[in-house]
Design a protein around this ligand. Structure first.
Ligand code: UDP
Length: 379
């Protein structure tokens, strides 16, 4: 007899979804969470200015996956939010992703339609059939001028690496538009949870079969919790195998230093997110949370993001070297029985939120196929 059916390490997206799925088929679930709150990096709260802010950076939900959209709608109401980002480049403010307006503003071009924009891109880009890194990916799409102004230094500040040292997929997250569309994402569903993300997670975890143990580092208590049916680990994969560090190299992660300020004004900037892709400042972007959901307050809160090496791991660093190291950890992980690695840090993948949701409930489906008829999301 097992004390706990399902032991989950981490109360972020992956851990919470798996907890909810298993609780719903009658399993007893225990989540062990190091931090003093649920919701992982999606955690948000009302700050001293009465503004809903995210502790670990803005989280913009967007998906094309019908199943994910249906799943998250069970736990919160959502309001439509099409995210937009502008960048301060030289003395100008331009839309990112690059669109017709971006090129007109920066290069004093007079493009008026898609055809002219395609011609401009054809003239300036350096086509590469299969870009092998981030630099080639950007050069192939928009050419060297935009690469220099909008991508090269932002990437260096974000990753402490130039785009040439990262996988093409990192830079390919940002599309290039041949029209005036200034939305950051193109997905069918783009929305924010009405009561915030923390409330969404409270609702996901609100089940009598789920217990959450906060402020507990699993590695401090792991010997007390060995009698489980299945273990789902959502932390950094290399930390799980820390005892083997002498044999396996450490994976790289990026962290962010969030520096928050209260500004005694109605608004500080014209948009929720302003990127600073140049070298004149050390931070990558400034987030002004009051814009999300058009919140009201006499003052406003802004948060500057400085990316750093040390600190809580937020981003895996996708490049061939880390992938090679990860493959070795994965081989170790695959040998374990009833232990599963899931999510951004445990799979060492730069998942968006919707991918994390999908990955977690797909894993549940794969493991528990026989109980599929009880899924709330089965359609
Ligand atoms: N990027 C850039 N300039 C920008 C915005 C993004 O060079 O103004 C590059 C940078 O390498 C960044 C990547 O594109 O890490 C992905 O950007 P995204 O906004 O998706 O990053 P996230 O929101 O996950 O930090």
């Amino acid at each position: 007899m097992k004390d706990i059916d399902i032991l989950i390490i981490g109360a972020g997206i992956s851990g919470s979804v798996l907890a909810e799925r298993y609780a719903n088929i009658g399993k007893k679930v225990l989540i062990i969470e190091k931090r003093n709150h649920i919701a992982g990096n999606c955690y948000d709260y009302i700050d001293e200015n009465g503004i809903l802010v995210s502790k670990y950076g803005a989280h913009l939900f967007h998906t094309n996956e019908e199943s994910v959209w249906k799943y998250v709608n069970q736990f919160s109401e959502w309001y439509p939010w099409e995210h937009k980002v502008v960048a301060r480049v030289d003395t100008k403010t331009v839309p990112i992703p690059v669109n017709i307006t971006t090129v007109n503003e920066l290069f004093d071009a007079k493009i008026t339609n898609e055809e002219e924009m395609k011609e401009w891109l054809e003239k300036h880009r350096s086509p590469i059939a299969t870009p092998s890194n981030g630099e080639e990916a950007v050069l192939s799409r928009v050419g060297p001028h935009l690469y220099e102004k909008m991508f090269k230094h932002y990437t260096k500040k974000q990753w402490d690496k130039y785009p040439s040292e990262l996988d093409a997929s990192v830079l390919e997250r940002i599309p290039v538009r041949t029209n005036y569309d200034d939305r950051y994402f193109s997905d069918v569903y783009q929305a924010l949870p009405k009561g915030g993300y923390t409330q969404l997670f409270e609702n996901i975890l609100n089940h009598p079969n789920i217990e959450v143990l906060l402020e507990t580092d699993y590695f401090d208590v792991k010997d007390d919790f060995t009698n489980y049916g299945k273990l789902f680990y959502t932390g950094p994969v290399d930390r799980f195998f820390a005892f083997k560090h002498s044999l396996l190299e450490k994976l790289e992660y990026r962290s962010i230093n969030f520096v928050s300020e209260t500004i005694d004004a109605e608004f500080y900037q014209e948009n929720s997110v302003v990127n600073y892709p140049g070298m004149e400042v050390d931070f990558t972007r400034i987030i002004e949370y009051k814009h999300f959901g058009n919140q009201k307050s006499e003052k406003t809160t802004i948060v500057k993001e400085f990316t750093v090496d040390e600190g809580e791991p937020y981003y895996p660093v996708p490049n061939p070297r880390n992938q090679e190291i990860y493959t070795k950890y994965k081989a170790e992980a695959d040998q374990l029985v009833d232990v599963y690695f899931v999510g951004r840090l445990a799979n060492y993948k730069y998942f968006n939120m919707d991918q994390a949701f999908k990955n977690a409930f797909d894993l549940f489906d794969a493991l528990e196929k026989t109980t599929k008829s009880t899924y709330k999301t089965a359609v």
